[in-house]
Design a protein around this ligand. Structure first.
Ligand code: ADP
Length: 165
């Protein structure tokens, strides 16, 4: 059984992330989406909130599991029996940082290969930071974030949410 890990901050999960998860799930037997807890970043959502969001959004995929970890991703992958690390490449600017990380991770865990998936054209410029910036201004997030969590994102920025739709 081929297990892949898709690590990230997912603060919050975007439609770009979801697109990656779907594609990884169609390639691998098992995909573990793992929130990597990074003490240096001040997140918008707690790890518990982000886990809940992931659960709501990826529940429909039978071969996708969710988790969180404060370990090094290469160590975490070894523990979970994952041999592939999936990362998304958007603009060229992702490339240098991602290659560097892939090499370091391979040094720490020689059994772990990083596989890059090109971002879908539609989500090429989408990031969690962009979603947060748009939410701050009360913009419509329906093209950017999973609909199940849009209200929660808006509420973080003090926008009133109309539960009647
Ligand atoms: P990190 O803080 O580790 O970069 P992110 O949550 O920002 O975590 O992203 C996790 C992974 O998803 C990264 O590999 C990133 O390149 C990828 N990713 C983020 N947004 C997109 C997108 N719109 N399309 C494809 N991949 C994406």
């Amino acid at each position: 059984m081929k297990t892949a890990i898709y690590p990230g901050s997912f603060d919050p999960i975007t439609l770009g992330h979801l697109n990656m998860i779907k594609r990884a799930a169609s390639v691998f037997d098992r995909v573990i989406v793992c929130i990597m807890v990074n003490g240096n970043k001040q997140p918008l959502f707690t790890v518990e909130d982000r886990l809940r969001h992931l659960k709501i959004v990826v529940d429909k995929f039978e071969n996708v599991e969710i988790d969180s970890s404060d370990k090094l991703v290469a160590e975490y992958a070894r523990e979970r029996g994952a041999t592939v690390l999936v990362r998304g490449l958007r603009a060229l600017s992702d490339f240098e940082k991602e290659c560097q990380m892939a090499i370091i991770n391979k040094k720490i865990n020689p059994d772990l290969d990083t596989l890059f998936l090109a971002a879908s054209e539609k989500y090429m410029y989408l990031s969690s930071s962009a979603v947060k910036e748009l939410a701050r201004f009360g913009a419509d997030l329906s093209d950017f974030a999973p609909r199940e969590i849009i209200d929660e994102i808006k509420q973080k920025y003090g926008w009133e949410v109309n539960y009647n739709g």
